[in-house]
Design a protein around this ligand. Structure first.
Ligand code: MG
Length: 383
């Protein structure tokens, strides 16, 4: 494999730091071209000194002077702000842009990267949830590839390798069920952010961990899968698998099913997204069947965990519905983390926002931006 130039949007978060671990373990495969962070200036500085990227961006303008001063002896360009973030992805030495920004903020830089003909390693699922239709058109027009980093979608992608144009009959996205699997609405009334932040199997950022506890993460992943693999809503099923060993399953038209398995470790899907179609040796711990004599599967509880049902609803509504739902969810998750609303309020406000936000069919980028703003405002008002 020729050395690939990597840009990491969101290098100080959970996915970003694990991506740098993968790169550090394979210095003959990758060069780090661009690193960006929103607020964590100290970690960004450390990463810049260690990996010597061409360019870094600190999102928060107030940290710019500090970062620049700390790196004055280094041959590294330092920029700040949202526009710089959207600009740096076009750098000519970049082969792959790994998007690990949280939420809606990933949309503009991803669009710019696609327009600059960069392949995308997509960890920021919200980009496809918000504007899947538009992104799919851009991907076709600019002939780039999106390599999924989300573990379930990486699993599907791995199962499809070598299948050429064999149609998919159905996919099963697996879900751990999160920390509240089996809980009743009554029990969920008083859960705290600290409880919701304790995920049984995966170590992740705060937003995705709360989304996992509320099953919104799986809902967003259903929509992400629709756009990544060009599926109809009824071709996507969710099955709860508490051990998180089977990462997802594809069922083909002859009834054959392929699953991708392994211990839950995001470094594997990250590495596969960066080295596709090759596999490189790792020292990650290996799965042992005897440690897991029983792998179990069950139905998700969609009536208690309303968010999953809402995601299907938004997907069926098409247009800007998923954009509105995602916007509401970003507001409600933040409010829950700040203890302004209860856990059950998340789905309640998400549902009301989805119902009350205007629906635009065949949306343009401007429509998505407008609906995102309107839905956020509405969700705030519904608190
Ligand atoms: Mg996932």
């Amino acid at each position: 494999m020729a050395k690939k130039g990597i840009c990491i949007l969101g290098s100080t978060g959970s996915i970003g730091t694990q991506t740098l671990e993968v790169i550090e373990a394979n210095p003959e495969l990758f060069t780090v071209e661009v690193l960006t962070a929103q607020n964590n200036a100290d970690l960004l500085i450390q990463q810049a000194v260690k990996f010597q990227p061409n360019t870094i961006v600190i999102g928060n303008r107030e940290q710019y002077e500090y970062v620049k001063n700390e790196l004055w002896q280094q041959d590294i360009k330092v920029y700040c702000g949202e526009e710089a973030l959207a600009d740096v992805v076009t750098n000519e030495n970049i082969d792959v842009v790994l998007t690990a920004l949280v939420g809606y903020s990933g949309l503009k830089p991803t669009i710019n990267a696609i327009k600059a003909k960069k392949n995308i390693a997509l960890a920021n699922k919200e980009t496809l949830v918000v504007a899947g239709e538009l992104i799919r058109e851009l991907v076709k027009e600019h002939q780039v590839t999106i390599y999924p980093v989300d573990s379930e979608h990486s699993a599907i992608f791995q199962c499809l390798t070598g299948e050429y144009s064999n149609p998919i009959e159905k996919i099963y996205l697996t879900a751990s069920g999160g920390p509240f699997r089996g809980w009743t609405a009554e029990q969920l009334k008083s859960v705290t952010p600290a409880q919701a932040l304790k995920h049984p199997n995966w170590s992740m950022g705060a937003k995705v961990t709360i989304d996992s506890a509320s099953l919104m993460n799986k809902g967003l992943e259903v929509i992400e899968a629709k756009w990544l693999f060009d599926l109809q809503p009824d071709q996507i099923d969710v099955i709860v698998h508490p051990q998180s060993i089977v990462h997802s399953i594809v069922q083909f038209e002859d009834g054959s099913m392929k699953a991708q398995m392994g211990l839950p470790d995001m470094k594997l899907p990250i590495q596969y997204a960066l080295t596709y179609p090759d596999r490189f040796k790792t020292d990650f711990p290996r799965f042992n069947f005897l440690d897991y004599p029983q792998l179990t599967f069950e139905q998700p509880d969609k009536s208690t965990f309303r968010n999953l049902e809402l995601a299907y609803k938004a997907m069926n509504m098409e247009g800007t519905a998923a954009c509105a739902l995602n916007a509401a969810n970003e507001i409600t998750v933040q409010a829950f983390l700040q203890e302004k609303i209860s856990f059950l309020d998340i789905a309640r406000i998400n549902e009301e926002t989805l119902a009350k936000t205007p629906l635009i069919t065949k949306p343009t980028l401007e429509d998505y931006i407008q609906i995102n703003t309107a839905a956020r405002k509405l969700a705030e008002e519904l608190m």
